[in-house]
Design a protein around this ligand. Structure first.
Ligand code: G3I
Length: 336
């Protein structure tokens, strides 16, 4: 029997995996419980799933995951409260289906909707989650203020972030860590834009506890970029988490192959070795590392941005077996 990933990492940080209801039965559940400490809902806690229609809350799928976590003593990371994507259209529309404007009335309406959603989620789950992605993917490094021109921004302006974190702190209380989460934070321009936004929020007294680095990586993205980002945010009084880790083996975005080339899986093993050397060295600031999927067969990268049957970005393969990515973390001497 191979050793447990989360036990190998236990002295450094807990290990999570993104799942949906499919992973709550065997054999996936067995793999999950053996190798991971916690879960994130890959989709079931997103705004459009929890509130598809105004005032109609559908917690069933999320409840199923939380019940599974309760049964097995798993930590749960909440994803996500305020996002521009996977949010139902009604959120940004008036009663006639027209887009909200930035008038004071519409701003108040949207803030009320934001608060109502956050309070409903907090009432349901209280402190069952140890952390939440309060705002997801708000950064756009090409903008002067570093903020994505989303519907939230268009209607409310830059203050929507502060409102979201204050609503979340009021609703969840002090024991749930509140995160700003984003992808590509390992790139220098995005890193600096995020750094500025987070410093400004902290200076303004906004209750933000942590920065989430999604880390959707690939074989040609230097691990040193990740290290530079962890080092940079260490300057701020925030926790950090790796929230959506995967390492694509595609060389270009369009590449589609019938199966994974074995040499790339080995390269990926060394990549995971190097990456986890860095992550272990930052265990004083990292609250958790989360893989974005339990095994390769369940990765979103199989279908995005094109069908890629060869894609294999995680620790375990479609047959739930360990692969070089796993050995790179647990025992790199096993790598060829
Ligand atoms: O809702 C339908 C469902 O009814 C149907 O059975 C299914 C069959 O294909 O499609 C369903 O929706 C899909 C949904 O996943 C649930 O499976 C969507 O088409 C699909 O777009 C959606 O993709 C998710 C994606 O977020 C959407 O933005 C991925 O699973 C999920 O891994 C991905 O996760 C995001 C993080 O939330 C934020 N960071 C980036 C990350 C990767 O894109």
């Amino acid at each position: 029997d191979i050793s447990s990933l989360h036990e190998e990492l236990a002295e450094h940080f807990p290990l999570g995996a993104a799942i949906d209801a499919r992973e709550t039965s065997d054999p996936s559940a067995e793999l999950l419980l053996r190798h991971f400490d916690g879960i994130t809902a890959e989709n079931h806690m997103k705004p459009e799933e929890i509130q598809p229609v105004e005032g109609t809350f559908t917690f069933d799928a999320a409840d199923e995951l939380v019940a599974f976590a309760d049964d097995h003593d798993l930590r749960v990371y909440g994803h996500t409260l305020v996002w521009h994507s996977q949010t139902a259209d009604w959120v940004f529309e008036d009663a006639d289906g027209n887009p909200l404007t930035d008038s004071p009335e519409h701003q108040q309406l949207l803030l009320d909707r934001m608060q109502t959603h956050i309070e409903a989620v907090a009432e349901r789950y209280g402190d069952r989650m140890w952390a939440w992605d309060v705002v997801n993917e708000a950064i756009d490094e090409s903008q002067d203020d570093g903020l994505r021109r989303s519907e939230w921004y268009r209607i409310l302006g830059p203050d929507y972030l502060a409102h979201a974190f204050h609503f979340a702190r009021d609703a969840f209380g002090p024991d749930v860590q509140l995160y700003l989460n984003d992808y590509n934070t390992e790139f220098p321009a995005k890193r600096e834009a995020m750094f500025q936004v987070v410093s400004d929020l902290l200076d303004a007294g906004v209750p933000l506890d942590g920065v989430g680095h999604q880390l959707h990586l690939n074989l040609v993205r230097p691990v040193a970029m990740v290290e530079d980002t962890l080092e940079r945010f260490r300057e701020l009084p925030v926790q950090q988490a790796v929230t959506e880790l995967d390492v694509s083996i595609s060389q270009t975005a369009e590449e589609s192959l019938p199966t994974a080339p074995p040499e790339r899986l080995v390269r990926q093993g060394y990549y995971f070795r190097d990456l986890f050397d860095v992550l272990r060295a930052y265990d004083d600031v990292l609250t958790q590392v989360t893989a974005w999927g339990l095994h390769d067969g369940r990765s979103w990268l199989r279908t995005w941005p094109v069908d890629r049957p060869h894609e294999a970005p995680l620790f375990f393969d479609d047959q739930l077996q360990s692969k070089p990515a796993y050995w790179g973390v647990v025992d790199p001497d096993q790598l060829p």
